[in-house]
Design a protein around this ligand. Structure first.
Ligand code: HEM
Length: 441
């Protein structure tokens, strides 16, 4: 065992494998150990890749904000390209810049506030289908709610195309993606059509047919307030987005936009289940502010404990647990020169549980957010949505959605988890393994 860069902190490395085995076995434990054992900078190798992990908020700010132009996203996003095309999550450089400019006005806080009523209506109609003491899987149910919300806000509700099909096809694709990223198939050349790859291609064809039908139906029926209509209307000096570009942005918004929020809500219920004393103050706030009437956008700022509970859940179990970048040129962070081609890793999981910023970091304590902690923290001590030019475009949408969905459910009861905390599966997002059983009570 050796340390390939004795001048940089980091773990001893196996020949050829580097840290592959401990990383693959337990990615969350591994990044946490890097931060606690080696400090704000850790260097290690995963097979042939050099990785630099940074865990100090100032360095993270430099990487995500000031030096963003020197970096691209890391290679894992290439696996998503067959599904997402060149949408905002996967695009780089000029294409990304143009799309981001065209899409940004549709995602401002002001703009997404108009979707509050749809979010509440979708949640209430889902609640109407539940009965008291019903046993359910929290993750599955939160996915159903956020999928309905993203479909209704993205495509509107007036088109005669079945949008549930989109959700189903993308679920198939995401499962194939996880298989490709984590299964043995990732070692095979891309040209070999494994059964999983064949299923993925068929699902992409199916998805494309539906999305193009939706774009065509939207054009035929006339534009509305849905996100797709806004993207169709967006213009710059080079005109608007082509149908292929619209397809890529619609699929991207769908994929990036519902699983993450569903996870924020799922982990909120899991943590509330482990800390039942936190439920009563939440119920009290919701009762006082909303009573029985449907929540509106004006209620959102009046629900600080609801917001604090979601923030605390995203701190401890962040839906996106790490951000990866690849240096496009040599760059200097602290005293280290990071060569072109090296990978940079920043982990919300590790930083969000750093006792320098969060005393008693493993405790689920929503109250810590209630006295202005956001303003006192360094900007990148808490960053569930990333930061800099590639910050999550959907963050206002997601924050409002999570708060309104949680408050609307609490008006009628709570999802009380009945089992231990599920095992965690750190794919691109931080998912539960298997079901998260609960009772609606
Ligand atoms: C709790 C919910 C969410 C979380 C935690 C989350 C987190 C993130 C993070 C960390 C990034 C940056 C990734 C990176 O820098 O490598 C990101 C990017 C992105 N997110 Fe979200 N997200 C959420 C909800 C949403 C929603 C609701 C939408 C859309 C409706 C959305 C659309 C996007 C898009 C399009 C990008 C790529 C932006 C770009 O590169 O220009 N996200 N998200």
């Amino acid at each position: 065992m050796l340390r390939p860069r004795p001048d940089v902190p980091g773990p001893f490395q196996w020949p050829l494998l580097g840290s592959f085995v401990p990383f693959a076995r337990d990615p969350l434990g591994f990044v946490e150990r890097m931060a606690t054992d080696h400090g704000d900078v850790a260097f290690f190798r995963i097979l042939e890749h050099d990785l630099w992990m940074f865990s100090h908020p100032d360095d993270i700010e430099q990487i995500l904000v000031r030096d963003a132009k020197k970096l691209h996203k890391d290679a894992i996003y290439d696996l998503l390209r067959p599904m997402l095309g060149n949408g905002l999550v996967t695009a780089e450089d000029d294409v990304w810049k143009r799309h981001r400019k065209l899409a940004a006005p549709s995602f401002t806080r002001r703009h997404v506030e108009q979707y509050a009523d749809t979010m509440v209506a979708c949640t209430r109609s889902w609640l109407d289908g539940l009965h008291r003491d019903q046993a359910l899987d929290v993750h599955e149910q939160m996915m159903l709610v956020t999928q309905r919300i993203v479909l209704d806000t993205l495509f509107g509700t007036d088109l005669d195309v079945d949008t549930t099909e989109v959700g189903h096809t993308i679920d198939v694709l995401m499962a194939e993606f996880v298989q490709e990223a984590q299964g043995p198939g990732r070692l095979l050349p891309k040209a070999i059509p494994t059964p999983s790859r064949r299923r993925a291609s068929a699902a992409i064809e199916q998805l494309d047919r539906t999305i193009y039908a939706l774009i065509e139906a939207r054009r035929r029926k006339g534009l509305g307030d849905d996100l797709l209509s806004h993207l169709i209307q967006a213009r710059d000096d080079d005109g608007g987005l082509s149908d292929v570009e619209l397809r890529d942005e619609a699929v991207t918004a769908f994929v990036a936009g519902h699983e993450t929020t569903a996870l924020a809500l799922t982990w909120t219920w899991v943590l509330l289940g482990e800390n039942p004393v936190e439920v009563e103050p939440l119920l009290a706030e919701v009762r006082e502010v909303l009573g029985d009437r449907p929540a509106t956008v004006a209620d959102w700022p009046k629900l600080p404990r609801v917001q604090a509970t979601i923030d605390e859940a995203m701190r401890l179990l962040p839906p996106v647990w790490a951000i990866g970048r690849e240096a496009q040129e040599d760059m200097v962070v602290r005293q280290y020169t990071i060569p072109k081609g090296a990978q940079l890793l920043i982990s919300q999981w590790a930083v969000h549980r750093d006792p320098r910023w969060f005393p008693n970091p493993l405790a689920f304590d929503p109250s810590r957010w209630l006295d202005g902690l956001h303003d006192r923290l360094p900007r990148f001590a808490f960053f569930p949505f990333g930061g800099g030019p590639r910050v999550c475009i959907g963050q206002h949408f997601a924050l409002m959605e999570a708060a309104l969905v949680l408050a609307t459910i609490l008006q009628r009861g709570a999802l009380r988890t009945t089992g231990p905390r599920p095992a965690l599966m750190p794919s691109i997002t931080l998912r539960p393994v298997g079901e998260v059983p609960a009772i609606f009570a």
